[in-house]
Design a binder for this molecule. Structure first.
Ligand code: DP6
Length: 346
């Protein structure tokens, strides 16, 4: 017989960026970070995990129908940790089926074009870890699962929670205290929206993993970002979320994105994630805010040129409206909590 469980995990978009590892093997970061998890109906990965004695010996993973390599250290770490927890359960209760010893088959689908170059490893590893935990009927909390998903991809630990989510960098060398925590549920500030501008569908030039390692090794701006700037902003951001203070939320979001990309430029050889269209998007946000006389829109960019713009529902017309006009409403689609527009400024 085949044992099976499914789950979905959404993408999260950081407003305080994770950039730098103090331990690349365990994905332990050099600073805490904070993100907003999109709703389940937006960008997400759906994953089914199954295991059976009838499967061929090897574990396998299909992503959007294509076989993926599961021999990498990150995927292996997730499998190993989850199997160890299942084995403990089986050791303590002899009536449980022996699932830990069986080959795993993981089938994942993204509901957005993988080619769009949008962060998918976060949703991917979060869904993979939770699907296997469900399959194994583990009593693990989201915090426990975040500790495991972090080893798959750092940012994945934040997608185990909905709403406004922090990732505490922790200080333990085994990573036991480097976990995600919920700052506030989505319902706390339900008018938050995000529009994603797909500037380029190309795959990123420098991967996050490689980029952060080079930054840690060469950037002179990096040390003060990690030790002073980010710790202060983590506090400011948590307060802004508690107080539903969009001006501070937006300002800190934009400044932290700029700080992260400045650190990338300060890396040697330099890393450029933003392009001319990204910079045009920044100018549009600046002009929206100038016209409003306050901050009603905030941009942020990950390790690529695509812009994510946060705004509140009541300012939908001014913010998404202006972008829509610029983009000519090309290839747009609307999710439950955010508007996604594909296209560029051409
Ligand atoms: C710029 O989580 O993809 O999106 O741990 O090496 O898998 P690995 O890195 P990853 O890095 C994300 C970097 C970022 C900022 C963020 O999401 O916090």
């Amino acid at each position: 017989d085949i044992h099976r469980a499914s789950t979905t995990a959404p993408v999260n978009i950081a407003v305080i960026k994770y950039w730098g590892k103090r331990d690349p093997k365990l994905n332990l970061p050099t600073n805490s970070s904070l993100s907003v998890t999109l709703s389940q109906s937006d960008l997400r990965t759906h994953t089914t995990a199954s295991c059976s004695a009838s499967y061929s010996k090897e574990d396998s993973l299909l992503l959007n129908g294509a076989p993926q390599d599961v021999s990498g250290a990150r995927t292996q770490a997730c499998f190993r940790e989850l199997r160890a927890l299942r084995s403990q359960l089986e050791d303590s209760d002899a009536s449980l089926p022996k699932l830990a010893a069986l080959p795993l088959k993981i089938v994942s689908e993204n509901n957005f074009p993988t080619a769009a170059g949008l962060a998918s490893s976060a949703a991917g590893f979060a869904a993979l870890v939770r699907a296997i935990a469900n399959l194994y009927k583990l009593p693990s909390s989201p915090t426990d699962l975040s500790r495991i998903a972090r080893q798959g991809s750092g940012s994945a630990c934040r997608s185990l929670f909905g709403g406004y989510v922090g990732w505490e960098q922790g200080s333990a060398s085994d990573g036991s205290d480097s976990v995600a925590f919920q700052v506030a549920p989505a319902s706390h500030w339900p008018s938050m929206r995000a529009v994603i501008l797909v500037v380029s569908a190309a795959k990123k030039g420098v991967s996050s993993t490689t980029g952060m390692q080079t930054t840690v090794a060469t950037s002179t701006l990096f040390a003060s970002r990690a030790s002073e700037t980010v710790p202060r902003r983590m506090q400011e951001m948590q307060n802004a979320i508690q107080n539903k203070d969009f001006e501070t939320f937006g300002k800190v979001t934009m400044m932290d994105s700029n700080s992260f990309h400045a650190t990338c430029l300060d890396t040697y050889p330099p890393i450029f994630y933003l392009n001319d269209v990204s910079r045009a998007a920044i100018k549009v946000v600046e002009s929206i805010n100038a016209a409003a006389g306050r901050i009603i829109a905030a941009y942020t960019f990950d390790a690529g040129p695509n812009a994510v713009v946060y705004y509140l529902e009541e300012n939908e017309k001014e913010v998404a409206g202006l972008f829509k006009t610029l983009l000519g409403e090309k290839d747009g689609w609307k999710g439950e909590r955010g508007e996604k527009i594909e296209g560029n400024f051409a």
